[in-house]
Design a protein around this ligand. Structure first.
Ligand code: SAH
Length: 269
């Protein structure tokens, strides 16, 4: 749905999901369109595409709702859709929200192009893992850093050294900007696990199943003995293949969490 709506949305889309979301059935995906000559056709294309998507027998997709909002209000409305969200030890908040002191570790993000506003279930699962893992004085590698959210979270929880990589140059730029916004010292580089040398106490990889399988040897090579690999973005369906790829490299599961069909694993060598 995000993909379909992002084809027409101005400045991307917003995914809203209540904190007590159950089974993922209550997500709202919003797109803001400029009301021009094509707007009507765009809405109609979206409605068609959602209809086709429904035909894949996925979970139920609600009715497409369309409403008109006043010019000038839409940016505020878009901004309002990024409310601060508490996840584990962290409070993820957009740049424009007021700081608040509730004991949480603030992660300030400009929800730009890069995925990782803290709202996606897989990002949440990783932030929860980062709330619990012992990170003081560790070396952490974040593979597929996106907005840099996980790398920043690791730095703020006491990691001594954080290296973040992404194959997408836009993500590299966004992660570097977000790191400085948070005064977090992160070494952001273009590339992937194969381009990095040395070993790390914690390796983070919120990717997708097939990519995890593909780069499993490199992820393993970057992990020190008895270090923790946090692997997320795995659908329950892709899980056996991912597990096979990791166990072939001598990695075993020490923790597993599943939410809205997304599996997050913590593995160790
Ligand atoms: N870590 C962030 C973003 C996850 S999205 C979070 O948890 O929210 C996945 C990111 O991985 C994207 O930015 C994508 O560009 C990047 N990516 C995809 N394949 C990759 C690969 N093989 N190596 C490194 N990064 C990759």
């Amino acid at each position: 749905m995000s993909e379909i709506l992002s084809r027409v949305g101005h400045n991307g889309i917003a995914v809203e999901l209540p904190l007590d979301s159950q089974g993922g059935a209550d997500h709202t995906v919003k797109a803001y369109l400029v009301e021009d000559a094509e707007a009507f056709a765009k809405v109609s294309d979206v409605r068609d595409a959602l209809g086709h998507l429904q035909a894949f027998g996925l979970g139920p997709i609600g009715e497409l709702a369309v409403r008109q909002i006043e010019d000038g209000d839409w940016l505020e409305a878009w901004k309002a859709s990024f409310t601060p969200i508490r996840i584990g030890a962290f409070l993820v908040r957009p740049t424009w929200s007021d700081p608040r002191d509730d004991g949480a570790i603030a992660l300030v993000l400009d929800p730009g192009m890069a995925f990782g506003t803290g709202l996606h279930p897989t990002t949440q699962q990783c932030l929860e893992a980062l709330s619990q893992l012992r990170l003081d004085g560790t070396r952490v590698l974040d593979v597929g850093t996106g907005s840099g959210i996980l790398a920043i979270a690791a730095a703020k929880r006491g990691a001594r050294e954080v290296v973040a990589v992404d194959t997408d140059p836009l993500a590299v730029r966004a992660a570097a900007e977000n790191a400085s916004l948070n005064s977090a010292r992160i070494d952001v580089r273009a590339g992937s696990a194969a381009d990095i040398e040395g070993t790390f106490d914690v390796v983070l990889a919120n990717l997708v199943g097939p990519v995890l399988v593909q780069i499993a040897p490199h992820l393993r090579a970057r992990l020190r003995t008895s270090g923790s690999l946090v692997a997320a973005g795995v659908t329950a369906q892709a899980e056996p293949e991912v597990l096979a790829a990791f166990s072939a490299r001598g990695l075993g599961v020490v923790d597993r969490e599943e939410r809205a069909d997304w599996v997050r694993l913590i593995l160790t060598a």
